[in-house]
Design a protein around this ligand. Structure first.
Ligand SMILES: Nc1nc2c(ncn2[C@@H]2O[C@H](COP(=O)(O)OP(=O)(O)OP(=O)(O)O)[C@@H](O)[C@H]2O)c(=O)[nH]1
Ligand SMILES: [Mg+2]
Length: 203
């Protein structure tokens, strides 16, 4: 059993440049607004509201950094594709995220979250394909598994994989999570700690 003893909020940034990395590996969480990024970070860290969550999409608006047991950093990113934020604001988020993803020296893997209740969306597939093309390591996490029965869950996972196989020869790692019943906690931490083994400290 992997148990997290300490999780500290390090702060919020609008640009990658100023963010500390302390020579530690980092994992980031992205996906459409409201998919459950901040909730997943809280679930992984046994915290209720360390990463601020909201039922209104568009809650997370900055790059939020968390330090876990002094050895791994997690980054909560703003969601993409939220229609109600202004075009200027959306472009600002897109720039912030792109810059972070392209320049972050200690980023080990980007978790792209997909809501399992919703069929694969073009905006997610486009995003995933762009990330793949940019050579950024990624893994998919299907969220809100508690909302689906076993059969619906399998169907949903399959639908995502079928969609991805249209453009991917080998599928990236795929995990399923629920922040309500803690599905996926052990598997995601195991993935993170395994990936950390390949980390080469950055200056
Ligand atoms: N049933 C269920 N609800 C969830 C789960 N994860 C998140 N939610 C709910 O979904 C809503 C959005 O959660 P957030 O964690 O704020 O989502 P986010 O992706 O960080 O959203 P933004 O910061 O706005 O981009 C909240 O009402 C959560 O309670 C889950 O695993 N199961
Ligand atoms: Mg959020």
């Amino acid at each position: 059993m992997i148990e997290i003893k300490q999780a500290d909020f390090l702060g919020s940034w609008e640009r990658q440049d100023g963010m500390p990395h302390k020579g530690l590996p980092e994992f980031a969480f992205i996906g459409r607004s409201n998919v459950g990024k901040s909730s997943l970070i809280n679930m992984l860290c046994n915290r209720k509201n360390m990463a601020r969550i909201s039922s209104n999409p568009g809650k997370t608006q900055t790059l939020n950094l968390f330090l876990i047991d002094k050895k791994v950093q997690l980054c909560d990113l703003p969601g993409y594709g939220y229609a109600k934020v202004s075009k200027t604001q959306r472009e600002k988020f897109a720039r912030m995220i792109r810059h972070y993803l392209m320049e972050r020296p200690n980023l080990m893997c980007l978790f792209v979250l997909l809501d399992l209740r919703i069929p694969p969306q073009a905006i997610d597939m486009d995003f995933i394909n762009n990330i793949g093309a940019a050579g950024i390591p990624l893994a998919i996490i299907g969220t809100k598994a508690d909302k689906l029965g076993k059969e619906a869950l399998n169907k949903s996972v399959l639908a995502i994989q079928v969609e991805m196989l249209k453009s991917w020869e080998n599928l990236p790692p795929f995990m399923v999570s629920s922040s309500v019943d803690k599905t996926g906690k052990e598997e995601i931490w195991k993935f993170i700690f395994d990936a950390c083994k390949a980390f080469k400290p950055v200056l």
